[in-house]
Design a protein around this ligand. Structure first.
Ligand code: BGC
Length: 351
């Protein structure tokens, strides 16, 4: 196991950015930068033991600063959407930045993906890592309370990228932090439609045209949203189904089959040409599966690869979108004196 750190440029405000390289005993590497707490590179072995970079992103900081659809970043304070950018908490109505039509998305105009985090190395017996911390000030993007956040990335010797999230606040506030990696287990050879996906979910939260949940929890049974048995992502993505029309394909929140916040298997992805497998375990109650529908070939990423339609997919562990406006959804409100603690593991293998 080893870890190194090097300069990775600076923001327009002159804040210096650092890039950590983590390597485990099997030769798997993760590169993580302090801007956006972003995973820039993640390599994983295929069935013949060949390592490839299996996440989308840019070669240099400049790409991330110019235009990034949250490639590899941490999103927050509230990942996913809050309808019309407003919610009422303890009798006070708060107005958030709107940055997705009339809605609030992934923390607003300058969310956790666009700030420089403090960094400190972390070592565990079977893992090497980095802890990234950020103080999100009271009223930032409209949210109440000073929120102290930390995200610890650990690369374990079991070929897992383990992410531990923690936060505390001095005023009640919604919190829903997630990782926005775009995966392509072929190593960027082609789009992700041939990847076979399993989601451990009997239900999902249908949305309106603005991708805000209607409040219904709908059974996946008999719909193209049913991934309880592994199915190629492309098999039904263009089916005539209103929810797929609204999302331009899959861009929905699945309700995981689980009780409470125990760590459970949320998703498994298998890529048949390389044999790579990715399993996602989480303490969170739900997962957003986004099929890269908004990628359209206008972005050229690492190694000159053009990110065409559906060239990467995201599996964002989370609470349901728009929970602050949905009293029947599990609460996302963090109160002073309480600790926000969630963990998600992306585990890699090949068969
Ligand atoms: C959302 C998409 C959004 C994308 C931004 C995903 O988490 O579900 O609707 O377009 O992030 O790149």
């Amino acid at each position: 196991m080893d870890r190194s750190v090097q300069p990775f440029g600076a923001t327009p405000d002159g804040e210096r950015v650092r890039l950590y390289t983590l390597r485990n005993i099997n030769g798997m590497t993760a590169e993580i930068m302090t801007y956006g707490a972003t995973v820039v590179t993640l390599t994983a072995p295929d069935k013949d033991g060949n390592f490839d970079d299996i996440v989308l992103g840019y070669d240099h900081l400049a790409g991330y600063l110019e235009a990034s659809p949250y490639f590899g970043a941490i999103v927050g304070r509230y990942g996913n959407r809050i309808g019309k950018g407003t919610f009422t908490l303890d009798g006070t109505t708060y107005t958030l930045a709107t940055n997705d039509g009339e809605n609030h998305l992934h923390g607003g105009l300058k969310g956790f993906d666009k700030v420089v985090w403090d960094d400190e190395p972390v070592d565990r017996s079977d893992a090497v890592g980095v802890k990234l911390s950020y103080l999100s000030k009271d009223q930032e993007e409209g949210y109440p309370g000073n929120l102290d956040v930390s995200v610890t990335y650990l690369l374990t010797n079991k070929n897992e990228l383990r992410i531990e999230y923690e936060a505390t606040t001095d005023k009640a506030t919604p919190v829903n932090i997630t990782h926005h990696g775009y995966f392509n287990l072929t190593g960027g050879e082609r789009d992700i439609l041939g990847h076979e996906l399993m989601l451990n979910a009997d239900r999902f939260t249908p949305v309106d045209k603005g991708l805000i949940p209607t409040g219904e929890l709908r059974a996946v049974e008999g719909t193209p949203m049913d991934f309880r048995k592994a199915t190629p992502i492309g098999a039904r993505i263009d089916n005539d189904y209103e929810q797929l029309e609204f999302g331009g394909g899959y861009d929905h929140n699945w309700v995981l089959n689980k009780k409470g916040d125990q760590m459970t298997l949320a998703a498994e992805v298998y890529e048949p040409t390389t044999g790579r497998v990715m399993k996602v375990h989480t303490t969170e109650p739900a997962i957003q599966f986004y099929a890269g529908n908004f990628l359209d070939g206008t972005i050229t990423g690492k190694d000159g690869i053009v990110y065409r339609h559906r060239y990467g997919f995201c599996l964002e562990t989370q609470h349901y979108p728009d929970s602050p406006n949905q009293p029947d959804f599990p609460s996302t409100i963090l109160r002073p004196g309480r600790k926000y603690e969630t963990t998600t593991i992306y585990a890699f293998s090949a068969r």
